[in-house]
Design a protein around this ligand. Structure first.
Ligand code: SF4
Ligand code: SF4
Length: 382
């Protein structure tokens, strides 16, 4: 497993985590198989947003004495009062469900207390301008959660969340199809059938800007919907000319700025093994650039951090340099120290660029790499 820092929390999460949604209403033996397989492969982060006592109890039982080895993302405001996966913003109800989460899992703390499903501006108001955020802060003070997070599918609301400075972790839906979806389109509806090329008009900047904002503010992103609920893996449903593999989807998400972990939803041992097999995949197997480039011009001129342009004779990790450059360009006069530190720790930097141009011939997205290297060299002075 490869572990990445979870922002400023002091915790580290494996790049492959487990999303437990598909374990809901499943027998204990199946839950145990999935959780134990994940643990055997050093997965150390599990998301549990489901409000049902049975699945929470099954996960807690499967973790057993290994609970301390994993980071649990548990959700505040996730309830099942009226129907499956309901949401409540009533403080007393949220408290009741959070306390039962602890009891069901058999633990006295949750590593990341996620404020659940903050998608609309009304959600934002009902969570961040009410007693709900006070409750989350109180839980953190009491040691019942180690960090505050929030989950969202909407880039504009997520941006507002990050700008509050109240969250350490953002759970966000990331895949290349969503990254082309305009901010005002509900991606969950898109998953339900509107994945069509007509709805795409190039990469939408709002998501890319969100990822850079998170990187600049040291807010870690944990990823949901990396496979677009399986649609990107399906020849029938993908918006691209052919389906992606799970390794390509995972790699796409992991190469966005600020992303720490992809939480793969798995319902059996085989799916866990497929997800962790990402770690054994070759660079060629991970390369998503050709698939997503089948939607012509969609990403033209925009770096997708795929590193299809390598090898560089100067040894520059072009995707990494461009990623740090993109974050720095958000506010050139106030580049976050962490980004400067990451950039300076690279083995080769933009100042090493020999302007040979070989990378530009290989870039499937026609990125002006030499220009980017010049800008990076000027901004970082290295
Ligand atoms: S410059 Fe092009 S090939 Fe290189 S990482 Fe960016 S998009 Fe990929
Ligand atoms: S132009 Fe610069 S970054 Fe691109 S391959 Fe040549 S040396 Fe590397």
């Amino acid at each position: 497993m490869i572990y990445r820092k979870l922002g400023a929390t002091g915790m580290k999460a494996g790049v492959i985590g487990l999303g437990a949604e598909h374990l809901d209403r499943k027998p204990y033996a199946q839950v145990e198989e999935v959780v134990r397989t994940a643990l055997e492969h050093d997965v150390n982060i599990i998301d549990c947003f489901m409000p049902g006592a049975e699945v929470r109890g099954n996960i807690g039982r499967a973790l057993g004495k290994d609970r301390g080895k994993v980071l649990i993302q548990g959700h505040i405001c996730s309830v099942d009062l009226n129907r499956q996966y309901d949401i409540s913003r009533d403080p007393a109800t949220c408290e009741k469900y959070f306390e039962s989460l602890l009891a069901d899992l058999g633990t006295d703390y949750i590593d990341i207390g996620m404020l659940f499903f903050v998608d609309t501006q009304e959600d934002f108001r009902d969570v961040f301008l009410t007693e709900i955020i006070d409750y989350a802060r109180r839980l953190k003070k009491q040691g019942k959660i180690r960090a505050i997070g929030a989950s969202s599918h909407n880039p504009e609301t997520a941006r507002r969340i990050v700008e509050t400075g109240q969250v350490d972790v953002l759970m966000f839906s990331i895949n290349p199809a969503f990254d082309m979806t305009p901010a005002d389109v509900n991606v969950l509806n898109a998953i339900d059938g509107l994945f069509s090329t007509e709805s795409f008009n190039g990469a939408d900047p709002s998501r890319a800007e969100l990822y850079r904002l998170c990187a600049g503010k040291n807010v870690a992103i944990t990823v949901m919907k990396a496979f677009g609920s399986g649609k990107l893996l399906s020849a029938e449903h993908t918006p691209f000319a052919y389906p992606m593999t799970s390794a390509q989807c995972i790699h796409y998400a992991l190469t966005r700025p600020a992303v720490a972990s992809v939480l793969a939803g798995c319902k059996n041992r085989a799916e866990v093994l497929e997800a962790v097999n990402y770690l054994n995949a070759t660079e060629k197997e991970r390369d998503y650039s050709e698939v997503i480039n089948t939607l012509k011009q969609s990403f033209h001129g925009q770096c997708m951090y795929c590193n299809h342009c390598l090898p560089c004779p100067a040894g520059i990790d072009i995707a990494a340099v461009t990623k740090y450059l993109d974050v720095a360009l958000l506010d050139k006069d106030n580049i976050p120290a962490s980004i400067v530190g990451h950039y300076l720790s690279l083995g080769a930097r933009a100042s090493d660029c020999e302007e040979c141009g070989s990378c530009e011939k290989r870039c499937p997205f026609s990125v002006k790499i030499i220009d980017n290297m010049r800008v990076a060299k000027g901004l970082f002075r290295a």
